[in-house]
Design a binder for this molecule. Sequence first.
Ligand SMILES: Cc1cc2nc3c(=O)[nH]c(=O)nc-3n(C[C@H](O)[C@H](O)[C@H](O)COP(=O)(O)O)c2cc1C
Length: 323
Amino acid sequence: MKTKITEMLGIKYPIICGGMLWLAVPQLAAAISNAGGLGNITAGNYNNGEELREAIRQTRRLTDQPFGVNITLLPSFRIAPETYDDYFRVCCEEKVAAIEVSGSPARKYLDQVQQAGIKIFHKVGSVRHAKKIEELGYHGVFAAGIEEGGHPLNDDVSTMVLLPRIVDSVQIAVVATGGIADGRGLAAALALGAEGVMMATRFINTQECLAHDRIKQEFIKRQETDTTLICKSLNLQGRALKNRLAKTVLESEARGAGPEEIFPLLSGQRAKEAWITGDIDNAAFMIGQSVGLIHDVPTCQELLERMVGEAREILRSRSALFN
Ligand SMILES: Cc1cc2nc3c(=O)[nH]c(=O)nc-3n(C[C@H](O)[C@H](O)[C@H](O)COP(=O)(O)O)c2cc1C
């Protein structure tokens, strides 16, 4: 396949893994890159720049293909502001292929990143943010609809509408994310003008993801109706699997609880442990509606080959409708 994104990043397929706290680590990143996509290492997994450097080097030992790093610029209890400077410095020194920024724009780091020859993208949930990112000089945007896992923008616009609106509004590369998990999603995104897709939830249910098998089996059982938006009342909405913890958070919000009561429930440590132990009820799993499209646990290679094969077949057979 050849799109602006495959050309820009030197990858075989325009399929990118999004940042995933605790899960986007070298083993998964390398598997995705080896399969022809763009793997991701999430900087927030690491306490400082040197730990991130070690993860980048570990990934390089597992693949000679390009991969990216996610840097989430949101206020954090765990990550000190200076640590973000270190994350960007290390990415530039190590010359990773791409940086995915989310949260605040990476204004102060853009020159440094451009000079290092790294492609930089920002995850956005609105046309106004996409335009701002283009103006700042980024190489592209990841257009993230309300379906996505993680923290969708509270404009609440679906990928189906957001993507073509952003494609029509900027000249830089646009990648679709939120709700994509198979070849149909890839074909639809390409039809709507995207240069590629980013997925996260789908990559959890792969052989190479460290999540416990109990969680992967649970995701196979769950439907598209099984996520909910938590923390809307705190102005930091997040999409999470419906489970006991999400219910507790929503009940606390309903009786007016503040961040001091809610944030400890969402502690990173709790989620980190739960992914590994398979404790499905006591942590926030920030996954997307695309969980409803997951039915198996393939290898990354199988997943990407299948998606691209399906998309090719759909686009080919659908064009016959016009004959
Ligand atoms: C478990 C999980 C953790 C995530 N953590 C982050 C994160 O730390 N930073 C970020 O920018 N996005 C994060 N995201 C959002 C993804 O990068 C991506 O935008 C989104 O999940 C795409 O939608 P999908 O889940 O339907 O594929 C996370 C998503 C998941 C599923």
